[in-house]
Design a protein around this ligand. Sequence first.
Ligand SMILES: NC(=O)c1ccc[n+]([C@@H]2O[C@H](COP(=O)([O-])OP(=O)(O)OC[C@H]3O[C@@H](n4cnc5c(N)ncnc54)[C@H](OP(=O)(O)O)[C@@H]3O)[C@@H](O)[C@H]2O)c1
Length: 411
Amino acid sequence: MAAYAIGTLPPVGEVPPTMFAHVIRSNRLGEPKDAFKVEEVPTPTPKRGEVLIAVMAAGINYNNVWAARGIPIDVIAARQKGGEPEDFHVGGSDASGIVYAVGEGVTKVKVGDEVAIHHGWWDADDPWVLAGKDPMIARSSKTWGYQTNYGSFGQFSIVQEHQCLPKAPSLSWEEAAASTLCGTTAYRMMFGWAPHDTKKGDVVLVWGGSGGVGSMAIQLAKAVGAIPVAVVSDDERGEFCIKLGAKGYINRNDFSHWGTPPHWTDEAGQKTWTAGARAFGAKIWEIVGEKKDPAIVIEHPGEATVPTSIFVCEPGGMVVICAGTTGYSAVVDLRYHWTRQKRFQGSHGTNDEQAIAFNKMLTSGAIHPALGEVLAFDEIPHAHQRMHEGDLALGNTAILIGAASKGLGKK
Ligand SMILES: NC(=O)c1ccc[n+]([C@@H]2O[C@H](COP(=O)([O-])OP(=O)(O)OC[C@H]3O[C@@H](n4cnc5c(N)ncnc54)[C@H](OP(=O)(O)O)[C@@H]3O)[C@@H](O)[C@H]2O)c1
């Protein structure tokens, strides 16, 4: 056996031929607890512009719940269709670690650098990227560790040079690994779509306020003087959101108008649905202390909540969405959308500029990683199963890989 034990690493710069990784394969997609298995696989070699990272800690994200279940796509089959040979997937889209090797042409990082990784991946020679446009909208853009192999659930990971951010010195390895994917995603949602960038005094409605995206969105809103209002499913989650900076929280279980509203020709049904949505909007006013609607709505549940999000959004405001966890077939009541001139904006991933800005806020202490739980490498399958079942710790969850124990890496 050539791989090192989990929690140990060779001297910096020495790359072992094989490594341990949590791997999914097409023939075992399904429940996350069964889809991930530890395998010893060849340590990948960085190509031009790429960097090999020894992963000290990884973050758990919803995208590898999707990858494990094969919904909406089998990521391995998709990659093979694109010409990649590997019949396995090492997922993981959040990491902190140490640079162990660099590919040709890499100049911005060197062996030994301590880094946190953002999840935006694109081809440097994509015409869209070469034209200087937002690379996260390029055809070649991908989510590292979801649509690319060798994410952070292995001892070594392959990233592109530009994904490397300086690790915040005051954070431990697990803190530095926990929040970059959700945090940079929230940052792009809130500051990437001018003129609807979040401003002082804006009410920001945050669905799933105690989750990965939500816990970061609340802090980002608070940091710029906006007024975050969280939506949660119980009081414990709500109190967690208040500690993060939310002005208050709404328990979504107090309402029942979720999902697709009745067709507009069904007058009685519409009346009932609208009464539910109005009561939800009134709860936002009660928390804010005045009749002020959200200028920004941070959406990700999707089908269950989009009609309400658009209904309560301020005229001229923006509902910005990065997922459809409850389903993809959301209904938009066009009357509210056009007459009140609202924006419904898709948002995905992060570009370098946004990731750097987010990382600076993390490094300065303006926001923190909202780390809820730190787990061992062996717990990767169950952590994803718990996330799938809505049972993961509040905030973000990290996994120790190269780091032998919690609390290491702080300077
Ligand atoms: N596009 C991107 O770049 C990107 C990046 C990050 C994440 N995402 C996606 O965003 C979604 C959320 O990610 P996350 O990391 O925040 O997940 P998470 O930590 O599991 O949080 C999701 C939250 O959604 C809430 N929720 C669940 N069912 C709901 C429903 N029916 N109605 C309203 N709220 C509901 C839950 O809060 P309560 O039960 O307390 O309401 C939960 O805390 C996932 O689908 C993920 O894949 C996309």
